[in-house]
Design a protein around this ligand. Structure first.
Ligand SMILES: *Cc1c(COP(=O)(O)O)cnc(C)c1O
Length: 399
C-alpha cells in the first residue's frame, strides 16, 4: 500500500476500527486481545464509558481557551496530582517528550536561579528513552536516534543503569541533576532496584543535585502504585508523566516541588495546547478512576497473576522464554528467538505485544484487564511459544 505518511515507522499492515476494554477489532472484523495498550497509553482500555462521557461532555461545551485564561479542569487535575505525589506544581504538555523538555528546563533553571548557571549538566543512563525531540534524544543518548541530526544538545553524561559507582564517577562541578526512568521501558523493562533509586537520591542530596524521574511509561498506576517511585522509597524533585494519564488523549505533564521549580516563573515556559479543557477533562476522569478505592490493588493482583503465568511459560518453553521482568502490569518477556518474530507469532494468535530492547517483548495491557483476559492472553502467548518449538526429530515424527 502506498502511504503519504512520512515513512519513519515500519507499520504492521493492520488497522483497527473499534475497541472495547482490552479488545481491538480490526477493519476486517478480527478481534485482537491487546497486551500492549497502544504502548502503555490505553490505561483504562478502549471506549471506557467514563472517559467517553468526560470527552463528549467537555467536547460539547468547550475544547480550547489557551493558557492565557484560567482552566478549571487543569486546575483540578493539577491539584489531584500534587495531592497524590511529592509535587507542589504541575505543568501540562501534549506528549511525553514535551514533559521531558520541561523537566530538563526546570533542572537547569533551578541552578541558574541559584546563581550557578554553569551547573546545567544532567546525568542520564544507558538504555534510557526520553522522547524524540532534539533535547530528549541527547538525554537518551541512543546513537541510532542521534545519527544525522547534527551536534547533540550539550550537557548530558551517561552512566550505567543500576550502577551507582558509575554515576558518582560522572559527578563534576557542572553537574546539576540526575534523570532516570525508575523502570526503563524501551530498553526492555529494566527495573531500577530500590537500592539503586535510593542511592541516586542520596547522591543528589550529598552533591546538591536535583533528582528527576521519567515516569512517562511507568506512572499513573501501571506498576500497581500510582507512581513507580513509590515502590522504592526514593522521591524525586521533578518528574515527567504522559502516556497512561490521558488514557489515549494526548496529555503529559511535568511535576515539581516548589523549591526545584523556583526558577520557572512567569514567561519562562509555555504551551499553546498544554492542559486544554478537553485533555484535562479526560485526564481528570483517568486519575479519578485509577485513584478510586481498590483500583491499584487490583492492578497489583492482576499483575501478579500475569507474572506467575509468564514464569510458567518460561518453565514450559525454556527454548523461547529466557526470563520475566517488571512490576505490576509493566512486564517483559525475555526471549531467545528474535523479538520481532515473537511479536509476529503473537499477532498470528490475535494477541498484541510490543517489542523492546534486550530482545524483550513488553506486556503493558490496559490496567482494567480481568482475570479471564489474563488467562486468555497467557494461552495465546503459550501458542505463540509453541510455534517456535523445534521440529520433532524425523523418526519421532514417524513413530
Ligand atoms: C514514550 C516515552 C517518552 C516519550 O513520550 P512521547 O509522548 O512519545 O513523546 C518519554 N519517556 C519514556 C520513559 C517513554 O516511555
Amino acid at each position: 500500500m502506498t502511504s503519504s505518511l512520512l515513512p519513519t515507522y515500519a507499520r504492521a499492515p493492520l488497522a483497527f476500527e473499534s475497541g472495547e476494554g482490552a479488545w481491538l477489532t480490526s477493519t476486517d472484523g478480527v478481534r485482537y486481545l491487546d497486551f500492549g495498550g497502544g504502548i502503555a497509553v490505553a490505561s483504562l482500555g478502549y471506549s471506557h464509558p467514563r472517559l467517553v462521557e468526560a470527552l463528549t461532555e467537555q467536547g460539547r461545551k468547550l475544547w480550547h481557551t489557551s493558557n492565557l485564561f484560567t482552566i478549571p479542569q487543569a486546575e483540578r487535575l493539577a491539584t489531584r496530582l500534587t495531592e497524590t505525589s511529592f509535587a507542589d506544581y504541575v505543568f501540562f504538555t501534549n506528549s511525553g517528550a514535551e514533559a521531558l523538555e520541561g523537566t530538563i528546563k526546570t533542572l537547569r533553571k533551578y541552578h541558574s536561579a541559584n546563581g550557578r548557571p554553569d551547573r546545567f549538566r544532567v546525568i542520564a543512563f544507558d538504555g534510557a528513552f526520553h522522547g524524540r525531540t532534539l533535547a530528549t534524544i541527547a538525554a537518551g543518548g541512543n546513537p541510532k536516534y542521534l545519527e544525522g541530526f547534527g551536534p547533540p544538545l550539550e550537557g548530558f553524561d551517561h552512566a550505567e543503569f543500576g550502577n551507582l559507582a558509575s554515576v558518582e564517577a560522572l559527578i563534576g562541578p557542572q553537574t546539576g541533576a540526575i534523570l532516570v526512568e525508575p523502570i526503563q521501558g524501551e530498553a526492555g523493562i529494566r527495573v531500577g532496584s530500590n537500592e539503586f533509586l535510593r542511592g541516586l537520591r542520596a547522591l543528589c542530596d550529598r552533591h546538591g543535585l536535583l533528582l528527576a524521574f521519567d515516569e512517562v511509561q511507568s506512572g499513573v498506576g501501571r506498576t500497581g502504585k500510582f507512581f513507580a517511585y513509590e515502590h522504592s522509597g526514593a522521591t524525586p524533585d521533578v518528574m515527567a508523566i504522559a502516556k497512561g494519564v490521558g488514557g489515549g488523549f494526548p496529555l503529559g505533564a511535568f511535576l515539581t516541588t516548589k523549591e526545584a521549580g523556583k526558577g520557572m516563573v512567569v514567561g519562562t515556559h509555555g504551551s499553546t495546547y498544554g492542559g486544554n479543557p478537553l485533555a484535562a477533562a479526560v485526564g481528570e476522569a483517568v486519575v479519578d478512576i485509577v485513584l478510586s478505592p481498590g483500583f491499584l490493588d487490583a492492578v497489583a493482583r492482576t499483575g501478579a497473576r500475569l507474572r506467575d503465568g509468564l514464569l510458567e511459560l518460561q518453565e514450559s518453553h525454556p527454548g523461547v522464554v529466557a526470563g520475566v521482568r517488571g512490576r505490576g502490569l509493566m512486564l517483559g518477556l525475555e526471549l531467545r528467538p528474535p523479538v520481532s518474530d515473537f511479536v509476529a507469532s503473537a499477532r498470528a494468535q490475535r494477541l498484541l505485544v510490543i517489542p523492546a530492547g534486550d530482545n524483550v517483548a513488553r506486556i503493558l495491557p490496559p490496567l482494567v484487564i480481568g482475570e479471564a483476559e489474563v488467562d486468555e492472553g497467557l494461552k495465546r502467548l503459550a501458542a505463540a511459544c509453541a510455534s517456535f518449538a523445534p521440529a520433532p526429530a524425523l523418526d519421532e515424527a514417524a513413530g
